[in-house]
Design a protein around this ligand. Structure first.
Ligand code: PHE
Ligand code: ZN
Length: 886
């Protein structure tokens, strides 16, 4: 474990490296008891370095040094100094060969950083700073090197030996061992290095690029998973085609490998030509994987593939620039998924995550800009802000420039910086240079944290036929940033009249020639307060604002409920139709929360019931939209719009509203369910089928709230007869959250028996139980920790049980006696030594303690203090705990 040091690293202290590494040759000797790593580095002083006589300071962490030489002269113990995570050699020539041998123990590495063992397989994870757990190096992304990697291991236990680039030779060695040598012609930073050794099988295919390069594609998995690779392979080929068509980006080697591993801290990793995936993000089959799972595989496979350009060919100068690759790549994968499936559904899902998880992060103690100014532990900065808000910032550039100029900008960016390690500023500048647009003020999105609040109001002047929109923007203070400048906010919008969309004539602006009908525009909100006057407006319009969620802000406009109902039906923008339904739901739920807090009985606004009925009876609507619009705002979103957060009242209000909808619309739900269950062919993860299943299963959920025999029967039948995991899981979720006790217990038992050989399915089984909103769940979760299928060292299991309970089960996590908080603190303390990254990620829900009611705040804070008092905290946990309590 890395010791807690309160050292903070600042962007403003960035300096170019003192040394460069032109070539890196690594030789791994993998044995059961340990691994030896012999490295040969061709190094020289960086001509651009400030200090031409600086000592050589190498990064290294938890390494046993066995040999060290410079130009074949041994460096004796007096010649170097080793402290903390570095090794310093005081005098070195201007250009030299450094050799060193380190001994490491992959089988004991539970942090899953560096070289580690996942069941019988050896694999690496080097982003962000894992390479220093393998050998001494300049472990920073602006040091790029060409690698040759030799791997020796036992032929039986590790028949497959992989690294980046091309396989150049193989050899049989003495003692039942063998060797493979890999060469990667592309310069890369150490974080993109990868090695895999194990007993794996593979599925293969080929792809021919736009310029005729034939690429061999392989997905390596355990033998039992060979039947679950087709979807990932198809997604990979689709992603390769899409990147050629949409960005003009072609793949640049003759081989592309994906390896699936069970134990992985994140979703997947874009190592050059050797992507390593969490099994949960690559394996899929109709029998074992839900629709959401199929979509995740498609999205993550594409994301990692897209990194080959946005991340690998053009990489980050330093880790403060992390969003340069992550924000851009998330934007790219989101657009890919939108093109493959349903654009509006994808947008609704992404905005849901942004407005709950990211807005909460931006309002909490760990709030940081898309380009942070400082950090203690970089692993803590793989956040929804870097990824999702970062993607929104790129999306806004896309909105401001339009697709053609954006493409010109991305071409310029890739062209200008190919083979370099660059900054967010370089990206924005390329966009600016290619488009001629001034993005000066826009850059604040990279440097200022916090979610802007935008208050809008509209005024119609019936005499002058003008409609005036007035916007005010502000941004709450965040740690280290007490004051903010106004942002440049693109507000995509339209005006709706009784007969449809109105033509827009913005005062002082020539009509926009791009939109033939001129009913849609993008306003540039740049000032703290700003007015836009529309002329020749024949009637009082209802404005449709922030279409497609054109900026990551909190928008407030005082719509009447009837106006929201109108937008739900008539807005041309699908996203805003959904948004109108959400805001109507928010208003109705707020009313019920208030009633609950005052111990009053109040019925759900009738208009929601009528709207729901209309949605279910209208055959012309897209089924996915119906399902989305019939879903009330989540508890997490309600927590975002009502502070302090009264978790129990929000839960009670939402349950009441759902039950009232179920009761009033029983017939409609029953009929829709029936029609949709009849409609099925062979399982396909297509947008059309996914839409059908989502609406069908939403109906089932509502019906199960009625707690009657008929619904139970329908649910049990779906559970027993479904041919796909989406429908099976949906039925099991409905059952587990119902009061049908004996059926529930039996179904859970049977499900386990049926699927115990499929770890990914068992993770779902864990998660379903951990997210049950019924009382007694914490006790069940504690039992699950002792279940034979649970392993504290496997991050997927930890996420399925502990993460799900603490992060997706607000009523139970926040139970009034504080037992949920105590449970989490105990697990964090346990994981702090095993896997600091996972421990620190789990802390999220506790870190936001200031949002809750006073009694809960006190209990949450006490648990944070208990963690803080632990004698040996990892840097990861230390940073989150100390910032949360500051
Ligand atoms: N860079 C990876 C991605 O976004 C995520 C990752 C980060 C994986 C750190 C492992 C460790 O695709
Ligand atoms: Zn990424």
């Amino acid at each position: 474990m890395r010791d807690a040091q309160a050292t903070t690293i600042y962007l403003k202290d960035y300096q170019v490296p003192d040394f460069l590494i032109d070539r890196t040759a690594l030789h791994f000797e993998i044995f059961d008891s340990h691994t030896l790593v012999h490295s040969t580095l061709a190094m020289r002083r960086n001509p651009a370095a400030k200090n031409a006589s600086a000592p050589l300071v190498l990064d290294g962490c938890e390494l046993e040094l066995e040999a060290l030489s410079i130009d074949d002269q041994a460096v004796t113990e007096s010649g170097y100094e080793s402290a903390g995570e570095s090794l310093t050699i005081h005098t070195v020539p201007d250009s030299f060969t450094l050799r060193c041998t380190t001994r490491i123990y992959p089988q004991n590495n539970t942090s899953l950083e560096g070289l580690y063992k996942s069941s019988t397989m050896y694999c690496t994870q080097c982003e962000a700073e894992g390479f220093r757990k393998i050998t001494y190096f300049l472990d920073r992304p602006d040091v790029m090197s060409v690698y040759t990697v030799t791997v020796d291991a036992d032929s039986k236990r590790c028949p497959v030996l992989l690294s980046n680039g091309n396989l150049v030779s193989t050899e049989t060695l003495e003692g039942g061992r063998h060797r493979a040598v890999w060469e990667d012609p592309h310069k890369k930073p150490a974080y993109l290095f990868a090695l895999v050794a194990g007993d794996l099988e593979r599925v293969s295919d080929t792809f021919t690029t736009m310029n005729g390069r034939k690429v061999d594609l392989h997905i390596y998995v355990e033998e039992k998973d060979l039947d679950k690779c087709d979807h990932a392979m198809l997604s990979l080929k689709n992603a390769m085609t899409w990147d050629e068509e949409v960005y003009g980006r072609e793949y640049d080697l003759d081989i592309f490998n994906i390896v699936a591993v069970d134990d992985f801290n994140m979703g997947a990793m874009e190592n050059k030509s050797l992507n390593i995936f969490n099994t949960s993000c690559v394996l899929a089959s109709p029998g074992t994987t839900t629709d959401a799972g199929f979509q995740r595989v498609e999205g993550v496979v594409a994301h990692e593939y897209f990194h080959n350009w946005s991340g690998n060919r053009v990489t980050c100068r330093d880790w403060f620039q992390l969003s340069l690759k992550e924000g851009f790549t998330v934007f790219r994968d989101a657009e890919f998924s939108a093109d493959m499936g349903s654009r509006v559904v994808k947008r609704v899902e992404d905005v849901g995550l942004l407005r709950t998880a990211q807005f909460a992060e931006d309002a909490g103690p760990m709030a940081h800009p898309v380009r942070p100014d400082s950090y203690m532990e970089i692993s803590n900065f793989y956040t929804v802000t870097i990824y999702e808000k970062g993607a929104e910032v790129v999306r806004m550039i896309h909105t401001l420039l339009g697709p053609e100029l954006f493409r010109k900008g991305s071409d310029l960016y890739f062209d200008r910086f190919d083979g370099q390690a660059v900054t967010c500023e370089d990206f924005v500048k390329a966009m600016e240079d290619a488009s001629g647009m001034d993005l000066g003020q826009f850059r604040l999105w990279y440097s200022q944290a916090g979610t802007p609040q935008v208050d809008a109001r509209g005024e119609y002047d019936a005499e002058a036929n003008t409609y005036t929109l007035t916007f005010k923007q502000s941004c709450p203070k965040t740690p280290g940033q007490p004051q903010k400048e106004p942002f440049h906010i693109p507000i995509a919008m339209g005006l709706l009249g009784d007969a449809g969309a109105l033509r827009l004539e913005l005062k002082g602006e020539a009509p926009n020639p791009d939109t033939a009908d001129n009913t849609h525009t993008v306003l540039h909100l740049k000032q703290a307060e700003q007015q836009f006057v529309f002329e020749n407006v024949p009637e009082k319009p209802v404005p449709s604002l922030l279409r497609g969620f054109s900026a990551p802000v909190k928008l407030q406009f005082d719509y009447s409920r009837d106006e929201l109902l109108f937008l739900m039906q008539h807005d041309d923008d699908g996203f805003n139709r959904w948004e109108a339904a959400q805001q109507l739901g928010v208003l109705a739920l707020k009313e019920l929360v208030a009633a609950h807090q005052n111990n009053e009985v109040r019925a759900l606004d009738e208009r929601l019931i009528t709207a729901g009925r209309n949605l279910l009876n209208d055959d012309s609507l897209d089924l996915a939209m119906v399902a989305l619009m019939l879903t009330l705002p989540t508890e997490a979103y309600m927590a975002e719009v009502m502070q302090p957060v009264d978790v129990l009242s929000i839960h009670a209000a939402r349950m009441q509203a759902r039950l009232e909808l179920a009761t009033a619309l029983k017939e409609e739900f029953t009929n829709t369910y029936r029609t949709l269950s009849r409609r099925q062919g062979d399982y396909q993860p297509s947008a059309e089928q996914i839409a059908q299943r989502s609406l069908k299963n939403l109906c089932l959920q509502y019906l199960m709230l009625l707690n009657d025999e008929h619904s139970l029967q329908v649910c049990m039948e779906q559970l027993d007869t479904s041919d796909n995991m989406t429908d099976r899981i949906a039925a099991l979720v409905a059952l587990v959250n119902s009061e049908h006790e004996p059926q529930k217990a039996l179904a859970l038992q049977k499900f386990y028996q049926d699927w115990q050989h499929e770890p990914l399915v068992i993770n779902q089984w864990f998660q379903i139980q951990a997210t049950s909103h019924l009382p007694g769940t914490l006790k069940r979760v504690q039992e699950l920790l002792n279940h034979p299928a649970f392993e504290i060292r496997n991050p997927n299991k930890v996420r399925a049980v502990i993460g799900a309970f603490c992060g997706q089960n607000a009523v139970n996590f926040h139970q009034t006696d504080g037992a949920g908080y105590r449970f989490l603190a105990d697990r964090v303390i346990e994981l702090n030594t095993l896997n600091p990254q996972i421990a620190s990620r789990l802390l999220g829900p506790l870190s936001k303690w200031r949002k809750y009611l006073p009694e809960q705040q006190a209990l949450m804070k006490a648990e944070l203090e208990r963690i803080a008092a632990e004698p040996k905290l990892s840097r990861d946990v230390f940073e989150v705990v100390s910032k949360s309590l500051a």
